[in-house]
Write a protein that binds this ligand. Sequence first.
Ligand code: NAP
Length: 280
Amino acid sequence: MNIGIVGLGLIGGSLGLDLRGLGHQVLGVSRQDYTCQQAIKRGVVDDASVNLTLLAAADIIFICTPIAAIASTVQQLIPHLAPDAIITDVGSVKTPVVEAVAPLWDNFVGGHPVAGTERNGINAAVSGLFKNNPYVLTPIDSTPLAAVKVVEELVHSLAATVYFCRPTDHDRAVAWISHLPVLVSASLIDACMGETDPVVLELVQQLASSGFRDTSRVGGGNPELGVMMAQYNREFLVRSLQSCRDSLDQLIELVEQEDWQGLAQRFQDTQSQRSQFFPK
Ligand code: NAP
């Protein structure tokens, strides 16, 4: 297939590496000339340009820009496309993207690869990023089935696990497992930094080991991504944060009341519930 990618960063670049590896012709468009040159040099694309006209012959285009630029990119792209071209995107929040893009182009299928690293930009692109990870597609009633099939087959060829759901269900779900953890992890770092004794604070930092490394990882990531999640998934994120605060309040009460039996019950529950997130 002739595949276009707009936005040659972590996700766009990683898609390019895998799709080229599968034998597709991959054409890339990015904002900066440096990124385009680097993408060619790294074998991410067959050709790249800062100009969207490069994608005139593409059968399918993956929009991999930051969420804020997805709809405007599609608008600029449309005059250059064949009428039966398929557009899909990789934005981490789906409702605002689908609502903005579906009215612009019939053959649009919303998507979200649930995979990533802390790094960004073309030099962060790696092959095999999507393998064994979820990749969500969020077609709506008006999405042509043939377009969904094409995107599904391509995603499947990346060895990702394909899931289908409504855009709002997607956003509600990722608020729990992706966006809430970022804010909780950030608040953990922030709370620890609130230690007022400088000697103890230094010790806190020296003693931080694997447990703190795991639990602080997503809170110590790219600030722009954190803000983007909050901005585009505000309603569901606030609900999740409030629920988390309630849960923390209950834990505080159990500890204050020295209700060790209640606390043990809580930990027994969470220990068994965790396996529901990661079944063997
Ligand atoms: P990234 O590494 O920063 O890459 C985004 C790329 O988009 C940049 O390299 C930039 O290219 C390009 N870009 C920015 N504005 C553009 C514009 N107006 N036109 C064309 N290209 C533009 O970010 P990313 O992590 O790949 O994220 C991209 C998308 O994937 C986002 O929508 C995000 O929600 C989604 N996503 C991210 C993750 C994750 O974990 N990071 C996971 C799943 C989905 P230049 O270098 O040329 O400026």
